[in-house]
Design a protein around this ligand. Structure first.
Ligand SMILES: [Cu+2]
Length: 141
């Protein structure tokens, strides 16, 4: 892969449609959704362990970091793997083109619970995603 191809994929990528923050920690993926206003850092944002829901055919952008040791965010079905490093925020993006459930194992030996560190990626139609998220927001109040 040439240097410019690498840069196109890893450094630039297309503009995002949906945004999340993922904080790896022994031994879960802590996933933060922006509030209904699209903003992070407010009371209405939503944080949960291991459940990443995204709409299909949308560019997903993630700010990935770690609270403790080095983990690796791995979605085998998307051929996506990126280290999560404490003290650094690494930008990750993908676009899932098929609905379904996929696993997010940790791909870096990170301690005694490493083998059980597994998240779930749910790729949904926009309609189902909106419904799910609305429901989660209302339970969060
Ligand atoms: Cu891990």
């Amino acid at each position: 892969m040439s240097r410019s191809t690498w840069a196109d994929i890893k450094e630039h990528g297309p503009p995002g449609d949906v945004f999340y923050k993922i904080n790896a920690k022994q031994f879960n993926w802590e996933i933060t959704y922006p509030g209904p206003d699209g903003k992070f850092g407010t009371k209405s944002e939503l944080t949960m362990d291991n459940e990443l829901h995204v709409p299909v055919n949308k560019v997903v952008r993630i700010d990935l970091t770690s609270k403790d040791v080095i983990h690796s965010f791995f979605v085998p079905n998307l051929r996506l793997k990126q280290d999560a490093v404490p003290g650094r925020i690494i930008h990750v993006w993908f676009e899932a083109t098929e609905t379904g459930q996929y696993e997010i194992p940790c791909a870096e030996l990170c301690g005694f619970g490493h083998s059980g560190m597994k998240g779930n990626l749910t790729v949904q139609s926009q309609e189902d995603y909106d419904k799910w998220l609305k429901d989660e927001y209302s339970q969060n109040k």
